[in-house]
Design a protein around this ligand. Structure first.
Ligand code: ZN
Ligand code: ZN
Length: 431
């Protein structure tokens, strides 16, 4: 079928297709909690150079809730959390009757019908690797997982992580690699987004990026790799005097379980207590919005999953809700900053910069949504995307040429592999 399709093409088109087969590798890097304006508040020569040679989105609207696990799984699946099922850093599943902590790796938690990009890529014949990406160690979708996904080791130095990633790209020729870096999130939480410490950490992250780029250049793969650098969510200052204690409003006996606290709170009331808890909270504090599951605003795309609890509290920016102040540690009460809020807030935005053979240069893109990134990555890897909530149309303008090879043509064309593609090309040239 491919052969006959190609016979109809003229030489120029066939040559273009051959060039297109030499697809760039794709490297996706997430720096956790890297608010976009950090780049403007510190000396970041490596980011500046990277952006000048590539593209930068004005900003990216993250998933809701604006927390690490839901947002990372949205980046890698193109689905809203209610569709991919990772609805929090901590969750309760009433069917599994079990709780999820962000280190949980069990398939039953991660296999929710969504398709991580490494699964999409593996199904269509590519090689993949995940370095500490949330969910990357777990087999899903019938047993698929990245070809390489070492167990999480939080103490591994960042430069060493990038040494490993560059080796995968340069030596093992991995088609898609994703890597997760925990900073500057932790420093942001501890000292606040406008602190000197965050400025210094931003410069350290910039140094790490420079180290990675130097390493890729040394291995001569920098200019043949499409590189996306982004983050999961932003960060905003909080303070001790903007905290709300749930138990100032609700009888603890009416609460069976709380799965998220801080910027938001997810509450599973005790049996038959949902309306009582709801009425105890609704309209009782000017800086918190209280929703029953059936009235969560549609723009959050956060309602249709069994792991979303019957009551959701969303605090105003900078406010937090905790359960029982006296049970909190001093460090928790004195936390400098957090995230998890309404994903339309400027402080919660993600950034996106990219450079490589597929991307335009010195190009500033309109904002897009985190769910759109999966479609973009599928296009870059010539993959047929799995069903998702994103739109390739929202991101295609950042590419040099998004028309020469549509994602839908890859699955049939690439199934035969590069060798047979060249054979077909020769047959066409001889025909
Ligand atoms: Zn995060
Ligand atoms: Zn965080």
């Amino acid at each position: 079928m491919v052969y006959f399709a190609l016979r109809r093409q003229n030489f120029a088109i066939v040559a273009l297709l051959l060039l297109s087969t030499v697809q760039a590798r794709l490297l996706l890097i997430s720096f956790d909690g890297f608010r976009p304006d950090y780049l403007g508040n510190a000396q970041t020569p490596n980011f500046d150079q990277f952006v000048s040679e590539g593209v930068e989105a004005e900003y990216v609207v993250p998933a809701f809730i604006t927390k690490t696990m839901p947002c990372h799984h949205t980046i890698i699946t193109g689905l809203h959390p209610e569709s991919h099922g990772i609805v929090g850093n901590t969750m309760y599943d009433p069917v599994l009757d079990d709780t999820f902590w962000f280190t949980t790796k069990d398939t039953e938690w991660w296999d929710n019908g969504g398709e991580p990009l490494w699964v999409t890529a593996k199904k269509q014949g590519l090689t993949t690797a995940a370095h500490f990406w949330p969910g990357g160690e777990t087999a899903t979708n019938g047993g698929y997982k990245p070809d390489i996904s070492p167990p999480y080791n939080g103490s591994e130095p960042f430069r060493q992580r990038f040494d490993t990633v560059v080796e995968w790209i340069a030596e093992r020729d991995i088609d898609f690699t994703c890597v997760y870096i925990t900073e500057p999130d932790a420093v942001g939480h501890a000292y606040g987004p406008d602190s000197q410490e965050v400025r210094e950490e931003t410069e350290e992250v910039d140094d790490i990026l420079g180290y990675l780029i130097g390493n890729l250049k040394q291995r001569k793969v920098y200019d043949t790799t499409d590189i996306i650098v982004m983050t999961d969510h932003g960060m905003v200052e909080v303070s001790r005097d903007r905290k709300i204690d749930l138990y100032d409003y609700v009888d603890p006996n009416d609460v069976e379980r709380i799965t998220e606290t801080g910027a938001i709170m997810s509450i599973l009331p005790a049996e038959d207590k949902t309306m009582k808890v709801y009425e105890s909270l609704k309209g009782k504090h000017p800086n918190m919005s209280v929703y029953r599951k059936d009235e969560i605003p549609g723009r959050y795309h956060y309602a249709n999953h069994r792991r979303i609890m019957p009551i959701l509290v969303v605090c105003d920016e900078g406010w937090e809700i905790l359960a029982n102040f006296s049970a909190q540690s001093e460090s928790r009460m004195d936390l400098a900053a957090t995230h998890g809020y309404d994903n339309s807030l400027a402080s919660m935005r993600s950034f996106f910069v990219a450079r490589g053979p597929s991307f335009r240069t010195s190009y500033k893109a309109e904002p897009f949504d985190m769910v759109d990134v999966y479609s973009l990555m599928c296009h870059l890897l010539r993959l047929e995307p799995a069903p998702n909530n994103g739109s390739f149309a929202n991101v295609k303008d950042i590419l040099i040429d998004f028309t020469s090879f549509s994602p839908s043509s890859r699955s049939s064309f690439f199934a035969s592999g590069l060798t047979s593609t060249i054979s077909i090309l020769i047959l066409n040239l001889l025909a």
